[in-house]
Design a protein around this ligand. Structure first.
Ligand SMILES: Nc1nc2c(ncn2[C@@H]2O[C@H](COP(=O)(O)OP(=O)(O)OP(=O)(O)O)[C@@H](O)[C@H]2O)c(=O)[nH]1
Length: 387
């Protein structure tokens, strides 16, 4: 069992007068400053964080689109309901916090579901009905693919997948001809019921067949990635993290900053998480192990739950925040194995979670300071990027 050592804390900042202002602890609403701060001299500032705008966005709404596609397979017997690949379940679990078991009751999607996700970067998730043949000339392919960030193709690994694979390959070939820069992410889904060996065999087979098809058509370097996923564990969040990270142009800078933070603060690993979806948008360059990712993800759940139960709206908070936008929540947990988890709120949507040995947290002043510098650097990077 992990034990909670400290909960909400604050970071104080000297005001212009030079005096330090005493503030009550920030509540863990994980809502804060960077995107929302208003500057009296510039009441409509451009947001400092990346909003995911695509440079070639035609409509100008600036929202990258993730398309969820995959085949629904009709069974030979009309009384047996068709096999569905799991697209709506993925979207509901990742973006709407639906418990995985409740997806059993989801209805089949009859028309394209457009879901706007408001998070550290706004994007849209379009869930396509499995039976829709968007390669039919009646569809406006440019409308569907013209502005997307990534196409996520969901294949049911518990079902026969050759048909689904054929359609995937046709789609990839179409995209390679007309939209070659779109990332294609293949989710080999529902692997929870498969043995370790079997799921890797399936992955190998799918990768091989796709690559053969692509190289036959002369597309050796198509941007296609494969992920083993299930809504019943963290793999679906991990896979989405990888998908989203590819849409963040500042990713190498973020990783560089996290590397510097880790090496100067004695940290083993650091993640920046989007606390609404539990997608991590960046981590340092040491390898990600699933266990550390899972524990960080569970940690966010605990913090968000605690803040929802015990958080309160303080009178005058808005005014206080307008004066000092440097206040954030912080929490430290010691794990049974002696490791320490340190969470620091970055802004309304993002939290920094660091994993470190017990010796490192003894220098908490240093860690707080370095995290403050990291936050400032982050704000500068995104601020500079937008000018
Ligand atoms: N075992 C397992 N079942 C899953 C998983 N993801 C989804 N399912 C189940 O798959 C079934 C179909 O899910 P949907 O999300 O409705 O499938 P869909 O692809 O959106 O279907 P259409 O809307 O008809 O295209 C549901 O009963 C889910 O519970 C998974 O990771 N593992």
């Amino acid at each position: 069992m992990a034990s909670l050592l400290t909960t909400p804390a604050r970071r104080e900042k000297p005001e212009e007068s030079g005096a330090w202002r005493n503030k009550t602890p920030a509540i863990l609403t994980l809502e804060r400053f960077m995107q929302d701060q208003t500057d009296p001299e510039n009441p409509n500032p451009s947001p400092k964080f990346h909003t995911g705008r695509l440079p070639n966005n035609r409509s100008g709404d600036g929202k990258p689109r993730l398309l969820l596609m995959g085949q629904r397979r009709q069974e030979a017997h009309p009384l047996i309901s068709p096999r569905r690949s799991g697209k709506s379940s993925i979207s509901s679990v990742v973006f709407h916090k639906m418990p995985p078991a409740e997806t059993l009751f989801l209805e089949s999607t009859a028309r394209i579901q457009k879901d706007a996700v408001h998070s550290f970067m706004d994007f849209q998730v379009w869930d396509f009905p499995g039976q829709l043949d968007f390669l039919d000339p009646a569809f406006d392919v440019d409308y569907i693919f013209g502005e997307i960030g990534a196409l996520i193709w969901v294949i049911d690994a518990q079902d026969e997948y050759l048909d689904a694979l054929m359609r995937l390959n046709n789609t990839i070939l179409l995209l390679q001809q007309h939209y070659p820069s779109i990332n294609i992410e293949v989710f080999i889904h529902k692997v929870d019921a498969l043995s370790e060996d079997y799921k890797f065999d399936i992955q190998r087979d799918i990768v091989q067949r796709t690559q053969d098809e692509l190289s036959d058509a002369g597309y050796e370097n198509a941007p296609v990635s494969f992920h083993l996923t299930s809504i019943y564990d963290h793999s679906i969040f991990e896979a989405f993290s990888k998908v989203i990270q590819k849409l963040i142009p500042q990713l190498p800078t973020l990783e560089g900053l996290l590397n510097i933070l880790c090496s100067n603060s004695g940290m083993e690993k650091a993640y920046i998480f989007d606390c609404i979806s539990k997608i991590y948008i960046a981590t340092d360059s040491s390898p990600v192990d699933m266990q550390s990712y899972e524990i960080c993800s569970d940690y966010i759940d605990v913090i968000v739950d605690v803040s929802e139960i015990y958080g309160w709206d303080r009178p005058g908070r808005a005014a206080e925040e307008a004066e000092c936008n440097d206040q954030e929540a912080e929490s430290v947990i010691r794990l049974q194995n002696g490791m320490i988890l340190y969470l620091k709120e970055i802004n309304k949507y993002l939290v920094l979670i660091c994993i470190m040995k017990e010796e490192s947290i003894k220098k908490k002043g240093l860690i707080d300071y370095n995290c403050g510098v990291f936050q400032d650097a982050l704000a500068q990077v995104f601020g500079l990027q937008r000018t």
